[in-house]
Design a protein around this ligand. Structure first.
Ligand code: SAM
Length: 291
């Protein structure tokens, strides 16, 4: 019987080997392939994040774990003319896509590096943001202290991360489906690097505090991940991105079983569709803190 250790730590790639491999390998490439669709799905959450950024003025902003650069570009559009945005990410395929998208924007640039260990110029940035890009560090207090040192004292860090698994159907529904289909033991390792690493608010607060951030606030926001994709497109995507997809990969199913599982994903997607929109309930934390 296969054992699925979701969220387990497999350290040995400098300071973030497991995540480095993950985001440079098939999962990162899936994000690139589904870039447009994923950005649309995260649209509600982006709107909430940028709404909270309305009062922030900056001349030099940092986007952490920027992926394919959509939020870096949006941040540049949001800030006053002349402001610069730097996106940092550990995934070369995702940054390749980011660089293509920002090719005409001379004020947006990208750095390929592990944000936990990268030697930033101290106090260089007067704002930092992240959409789901800060939950993947092997050593979050060290990473956050490093990020804080890159920020000007008094400047604001604003990011969004996921609340617990049960409140996020985009993760939980596909995973439940896989686990019913492939009888497996699995464990969601609390606080392990991964999408849910900061779903425990006390743990997150402790990291912000121990890394020297002050005035931290964690706002719980209920929203949804929506898509106008067809159920077939949705089921295909969920076989490639997210916890369900990870369980699918780890189960190493043959083609016949993969096709059977896809049919179950399709049933879920059809059941979630109403008026042409497929909707998954989501809860996120909007976090702000002062460097
Ligand atoms: C869930 S994706 C989010 C991407 C992007 N922020 C977005 O919203 O589309 C997480 C991102 O964090 C990046 N990442 C993970 N660990 C990292 C690290 N140690 N340093 C920099 N980036 C990292 C991944 O490569 C990936 O692009």
């Amino acid at each position: 019987m296969p054992t699925l250790k979701l969220g387990a730590v497999m350290a040995n790639y400098g300071e973030n080997e497991a995540q480095g491999k993950f985001w440079n390998d098939a999962p990162g490439q899936s994000w690139v392939k589904h870039d447009l669709v994923m950005n649309l799905r995260l649209g509600n959450i982006s709107d909430i994040l940028f709404d909270r950024l309305k009062g922030v003025s900056a001349s030099n902003a940092l986007d952490i774990g920027c992926g394919t650069g959509s939020t870096s570009i949006k941040m540049a559009e949001t800030l006053a003319q002349g402001a610069r945005v730097t996106g940092i990410d550990i995934s070369e395929p995702m940054l390749e896509r980011a660089r293509e998208k920002a090719a005409d924007l001379e004020n947006v640039s990208f750095v390929t590096a592990d944000a936990q260990a990268f030697q930033f110029e101290p106090g260089k940035f007067d704002a930092a943001i992240s959409r789901f890009g800060v939950m993947f560090f092997e050593d979050p207090p060290k990473a956050f202290a490093n990020l804080r040192s890159a920020m000007k004292p008094g400047s604001q860090f604003t990011f969004v991360c996921w609340a617990p698994y049960e409140e996020n159907e985009f993760f939980s529904l596909p995973l439940k489906t896989v686990l019913e289909f492939v009888p497996s033991e699995y464990e969601l390792v609390a606080n392990a690097p991964g999408p849910l690493a900061f779903s425990d608010k006390d743990y997150l607060s402790g990291i912000l505090q121990s890394s020297g951030f002050s005035n931290s606030s964690i706002e719980v926001v209920k929203t949804s991940v929506d898509t106008a994709d067809t159920p077939e497109e949705d089921a295909t995507l969920l076989m490639q991105i997210g916890f369900g997809a990870r369980a699918v990969r780890e189960a190493e199913l043959d083609q016949r079983r993969t096709d059977e599982l896809y049919q179950l994903f399709l049933v879920n997607s059809k059941a979630r569709q109403s008026d042409g929109i497929i909707k998954y309930a989501a809860t996120v934390y909007i976090v702000t803190a002062t460097a």
